[in-house]
Design a binder for this molecule. Sequence first.
Ligand code: HAM
Length: 420
Amino acid sequence: MANPSFSTHLGMVDILPGEVEKWQFIESRIRDIARTFHFREIRTPFLEDTGLIARGVGKTTDIVSKELFAFERGDDRYVLRPEGTASVCRAYIEHNLHLKGGVQKFFYMGPMFRAERPQKGRQRQFHQFGAEIMGSADPLADAEIIAFMVALYHSLGIKNTTLRLNSVGDPESREAYKKALVEYFRPNVNLLSDISQKRLETNPMRILDSKEPEDQVLIEQAPVITEYLNEESAKHLRQVQKHLDRLGIEYVDDPRLVRGLDYYTRTAFELSSPDLGSQDALGGGGRYDLLIEELGGPATPSVGFAAGLERLLIACDALNIPLGTQPELDVYIVTRGDDAKKWAFRHLKPLRDAGLSASMDIANRSMKAQMKEADRELAKWTLIVGDEELQTEQFTLRNMAESYEEKLHFADILKKLVGL
Ligand code: HAM
């Protein structure tokens, strides 16, 4: 066994050939579905300004207060993006995308970084795909974004999921609710976990998200936000529910659903799967009507979601859903001797130019080792070349699955393989 001098940092994972094909399969499925929903791809840098993330995601959130990978260089403060929404908002403002008019629908995929304690389904570099609709306050936009999220899971056959839906209200409703929560928890503050005691001061709604056992009884009896929603917010939620009903998308009303990011207004939702273990959220999102304005842009009501690709893969594995497989190799040229090697190296090009995948030994190995490699690389055909074949210009083409061979000129081999 090798004794490596270096290994990946905690929570950072290599994705090796074998796994990568599954990723490519999922990524191409995401692109297909994005096309049918007519969302356009947006790519933003992995490094953002710390101020953007602190303002966008919220200073008191775990993501900003504990989990940022941040560094300074000269006068600039960089952060590895922990999520995509703040970046898409920044790009929307920076490039005046609102001037294009109408509603804009974006999707993205890529790595995100949070310095969390790694466990199954939780990494420090993980991957999200997400989507944002900017410029619509209509509940139809909320239903459209949820439909997009759900479509991917359904298309893969992941159906035993739970969609939880809530409204976290607008700032007015939320202030009233926060006050009620503080009044409720304050007399029993000593019964709360340390972390929830802190949150009572900084961000009382986050107590509802606590997993600490000692908090659960109090949380169960806590007032629910539904009772504090003003008429506009309550109406918005009812309309989202109706649109989801019409689409046949099942959901569970969960008045205790709060999300770990501060920018939400009104709709909040999360999709979970029992196949994931303790980190059971496949994805989540909600409406953020004030964020773009808060970041210096024009008032732009928006809604979005993001979902973890690692968790999607875990769910597929648990359900034995087949994803991409190892790519086959069309032709492997097996060579005997130096001249054969030179010939083979030249003839890879016409094969490849014809669109076939072609490979050969480039480490001076025996014919036996070459045949082994052809098997391992799932070669459909081997082309066997030695001195005799070079003289007669007739090469042995072997079908690996059916174990039959024939001798042909190279031009005929090319024709045959391209024509298949
Ligand atoms: P989030 O709930 O923080 O939302 O993350 C979305 C999803 O990313 C989670 O449900 C989970 O599947 C995955 N995820 C998060 N952290 C990790 C981790 N450490 N390891 C593996 N997977 C993880 C957002 O990020 C918002 N930007 C969603 C949004 C978009 N809201 C509006 N627009």
